[in-house]
Write a protein of this length. Structure first.
Length: 496
């Protein structure tokens, strides 16, 4: 309680409340507007956080992330077009309910489930994170190395699409992370004689290019197809029968999302898909799903919000991102000079507990904001992409140039934008690349440190109980996806 009181003193200041409100409102907006997700938005806003205190910056970025989970359901239900990837499955039954004249109850139950799941997940973060951080303090360099290897392999296994593509993206990220002067020897690596690259490739530039620029290029290729719902939404309050049908899906979605959010490669997207599959599997009449079953809205919407909140646990306690958005959060913290990991609770208790308390405030703001503003969100859906995207591109260019006022940064933005576009065309997710880029230098550093402390003895990675367990788990994951029957099941699950 003392720790939460410290967090309240940080999060509930007028300035932080204002930025939290701005973050969740912007998150809802980018969740509502299809074609622009939280990854691209947070990438664009990273330069702005340079001028904010660390607590305020992280509170704002966190608000954008979980706010997008709320906003994504609005367009999924009203327009059959998910504003955020985690809301894809909400389209199946949410839009069917809207066509039946029940858009209001669908939106209402999505908001209720999201608020409940978010609140429970925050309790889990507040109660489990300090314990996990205290355990992590016992980790040696070999344990951290093996933990990060496990995280990268899990990110490959849980990535949608080809395993080979995901593995290749992680390797590319690891290689890009080595660009610059070596920390130990000072030798330049892969700088191509460009002085700007001696300090390495800037995280902000790469994330903007891979996500924001590539996203614009891909979306401009296709014609706009947005049929905005013109009928009446009706009352947003679900009936008692709707609530009774949704109680257990909300509880199951909350539990499932809370667990999957912690896993590397998990988070909101995996949680929502898993919840929908579970509800359909255990339903008495599975044929109702896809035709307006309210359970198909309640479960996934609860799961994606729970997954979004609990994905902060490995970030704040271990310094390891569980998904691309958390990788961006680590970048924002490093920019601010804050080192994420088990020492964060002791060295920056204001930031740690402030972010947790701000999540409660942000979830309350979202439940108050979202439902009354549905009419405004519907009007925003009518904004043409040809107007929206030039403004986004301008923000990207200004943000990158403001980093160091160098034209080299702009050329790097173009290069990564082209690479991001090519990756999408080849069916390669850029998200594993980002995780590899963030974790690559840390993997190298802990590997070297472990070898120095063991005097070059590689067996230390196996003899250490924690490290050995992590490597065995990583090996099990690799074997699981290599076995033909399991590989086919995985591919079928992602298709569904």
């Amino acid at each position: 309680m003392d720790a939460l009181a410290i967090g309240a003193q940080t999060a509930l200041t007028p300035m932080n409340l204002l930025y939290c409100l701005g973050g969740v409102t912007l998150g809802t907006l980018i969740g509502v507007l299809p074609g622009l997700g939280p990854i691209a938005t947070i990438s664009m806003l990273l330069p702005i956080t340079f001028y904010l205190p660390p607590e305020t910056a992280l509170i704002t970025l966190a608000g954008i992330y979980y706010g997008a989970q709320y906003g994504g359901s609005t367009t999924a239900i009203l327009v059959n077009m998910p504003g955020e990837s985690s809301a894809v499955v909400t389209c199946l039954d949410g839009y069917a309910m809207a066509r039946q004249g029940r858009a209001g109850p669908a939106l209402g139950i999505a908001a209720i489930g999201s608020f409940f799941a978010g609140s429970v997940a925050i309790l889990i973060v507040a109660s489990s994170a300090p314990a996990l951080a205290s355990v992590a303090l016992q980790f040696g360099p070999e344990d951290y190395f093996s933990l990060m290897v496990l995280g990268l392999i899990a990110a490959v296994v849980l990535a949608s699409g080809s395993l080979l593509n995901a593995f290749s993206m992680v390797l590319v990220g690891l290689l890009v992370g080595t660009v610059g002067a070596d920390v130990n020897s000072g030798v330049e690596r892969y700088t191509l004689g460009i002085p700007k690259l001696i300090d390495g490739i800037d995280f902000v530039i790469m994330s903007m290019g891979l996500f924001a620029i590539a996203e614009i290029a891909v979306n401009l290729e296709s014609a706009e197809r947005r049929a905005v719902l013109n009928g009446k939404i009706g009352s947003i309050f679900p009936t008692w029968s709707d609530i009774r049908a949704s109680v257990f899906p909300i509880l199951r979605g909350t539990g499932l999302g809370s667990i999957l959010g912690i896993l590397p490669g998990g988070g909101a997207v995996l949680s929502s898909f898993a919840s929908y599959a579970l509800e359909k599997k255990i339903a008495r009449d599975p044929s109702r799903f896809g035709k307006g079953a309210i359970e198909g809205v309640a479960g996934p919407e609860s799961a994606n919000n729970a997954g979004a909140q609990t994905s902060f646990i490995p970030l704040l306690t271990l310094g390891i991102p569980s998904n691309p958005v958390m990788a961006l959060m680590i970048g924002a913290m490093m920019i601010q000079g804050v080192t994420p990991g088990p020492q964060l609770i002791k060295t920056n208790p204001d930031l740690f507990w402030g972010v947790i308390v701000s999540m409660w405030a942000g979830n309350l703001m979202l439940i108050v904001l979202n439902l009354p503003l549905i009419g405004i969100w519907i009007q925003l859906l009518k904004v043409p992409y040809r107007i929206l995207y030039p403004a986004i591109l301008l923000l990207c260019v200004i943000g990158v140039y403001s980093l160091s006022y160098s034209s080299v940064d702009l050329w790097l933005l173009v290069v990564f934008g082209v690479f991001g576009y090519v990756f999408v065309k080849l069916g390669c997710e850029p998200a594993p690349l980002l995780l590899g880029f963030i974790l690559g230098p840390l993997v190298e550093e802990y590997f070297r440190r472990a070898l120095i402390m063991s005097r070059g003895d590689l067996s230390v990675f196996i003899t250490s109980p924690i490290s050995g367990t992590m490597l065995v788990l990583a090996l099990i994951l690799v074997v699981m996806v290599v076995v033909p029957s399991i590989r086919q099941t995985r591919e079928l699950a992602f298709r569904e």
